[in-house]
Design a binder for this molecule. Structure first.
Ligand code: FAD
Length: 384
């Protein structure tokens, strides 16, 4: 397996998280998927390794490191249990990151240390029932009266909000302004007027909670607005640009798990007097999976390296997310094919990998949205 020119420290991080994922996360995967239940044991394990605050400045309780480190760790977490990595990404790369990047010093000191150390959990609420890809069309309103914002509206598909103590929320002061009317807020989960309902029946990532939120005159102190009024949409897009690198790493982890399961199974299963691994059709499937996983990993690490070096990375991050998510969908589908009928049943982990992978071309910007971003950058690079 290519080492991607990892430093000694990066390799140690990768090994530590891989061992943890094999020991703690994989064994619980089937159960939390079946019960549709987030695992607090997994969460405590992530916190004890510092993974709930990886990439966050140690001055604010984090474990430090850059996007390369977060990507390396997230690939291994996702390889162990994809649903747990979804909860971790929403907490770390969306919720905590937004407070860390755009909060003032008081807000950062108040919220980030407990979040980074995993004593508390964050959620991030942008999507609404009437708008996902077209996030600037959000309808939730924020009206300021005597030092308090009153929020009204609803959010859907929000990861973690049932267990989160803080929810980063996006709302508009004036709908007709679209992107320019949006501000970001940090809400305590106990905010009067905020209600959270768990959504059931997800196809995959079932060990990660997805929720619906409603706000009826939810009263939020003015001090809980993050950054400038009217800049919230820009903050959301900046956060998504970076978080996409880590979603790509998650996809690589899922695809890698599917590949490893397939290579093992192909050597055990016999048809026509020999292991299926000796049939060229199966070998070609395995080879294609390996090539695509490798390409997706290299693209992910390149985007992470650009981000860490403060270079332009948005084009590469979108390419990595598109490539890695579509790789995860194809690799898990091929893994199911390699496993034949057994792969179609819940006893086989590839059945779960297939379902878990499917959402990755949808959340944090669909594949179509990634293609729009990539095409926009291309057209700007080669003007007539
Ligand atoms: C398990 C899960 C967890 C999630 N977690 C969170 C979370 O924590 N926080 C949060 O805010 N959101 C979260 N989401 C929401 C997710 O980001 C949205 O579902 C996603 O952005 C797509 O929005 P949508 O579902 O409204 O689809 P739509 O925007 O309605 O898109 C429907 C289809 O139309 C296509 N489409 C839309 N516009 C265009 C266009 N201009 N050109 C071409 N095609 C287009 C899309 O690509 C898609 O195929 C989560 C979703 C899921 C399923």
């Amino acid at each position: 397996m290519a080492d991607l020119l990892l430093s000694e420290e990066e390799r140690m991080l990768q090994n530590t998280v891989r061992e943890f994922a094999d020991r703690e996360l994989s064994p619980r995967s089937q159960e939390i998927d079946e019960k549709e239940q987030f695992s607090s044991e997994n969460w405590h394990g992530l916190a004890s390794l510092g993974l709930t605050g990886i990439g966050i400045d140690p001055a604010y309780g984090g474990s430090g490191g850059g996007y390369r480190q977060v990507a390396l760790a997230m690939e291994q977490v996702a390889r162990g249990d994809a649903a747990t990595s979804t909860s971790l990404i929403a907490h770390l790369c969306l919720g905590t990151r937004t407070i860390f990047e755009f909060g003032d010093e008081t807000q950062k000191l108040k919220y980030v240390p407990d979040l980074a150390q995993g004593k508390k959990m964050a959620a991030w609420a942008l999507t609404e029932p009437s708008c996902g890809s077209d996030a600037a069309a959000l309808q939730t309103t924020a009206v300021l009266r005597d030092g308090t914002y009153f929020l009204n509206g609803s959010k859907i598909f929000i990861t973690n909000a049932d267990t989160a103590s803080q929810v980063v929320m996006f709302a508009t002061h004036e709908r007709s302004l679209r992107a320019k009317g949006v501000s970001a807020f940090v809400l305590d989960s106990t905010t009067p007027g905020l209600s959270v309902y768990k959504q059931h029946g997800k196809m995959g990532m079932r060990g990660s909670a997805t929720t619906e939120l409603t706000m009826e005159d939810a009263a939020v102190p003015e001090d809980n607005r993050l950054g400038d009024e009217g800049k919230g949409f820009n903050y959301a897009m900046e956060i998504l640009d970076s978080s996409r690198i880590i979603i790509a790493a998650q996809c690589v982890g899922i695809a890698q798990a599917a590949l490893e399961a397939s290579v093992k199974y192909a050597q055990q299963r016999q048809t026509f007097g020999k292991p299926i691994a000796q049939h060229q059709a199966i070998q070609f499937m395995l080879a294609d999976m390996a090539v695509e996983v490798h390409a997706a990993r290299v693209a992910t690490m390149q985007a992470a390296t650009l981000k860490d070096q403060d270079l332009d990375f948005v084009f590469e991050a979108s390419m990595a997310k598109l490539l890695a998510s579509e790789t995860a969908v194809r690799a898990t589908s091929n893994a199911l094919q390699v496993h034949g009928g057994y792969g179609y049943f819940k006893d086989s982990p590839v059945e779960r990998y297939f379902r878990d992978a499917r959402v990755t071309t949808i959340y944090e910007g669909t594949s179509e949205v990634q293609r729009l971003i990539i095409a926009r950058q291309l057209l700007a690079q080669y003007p007539l």
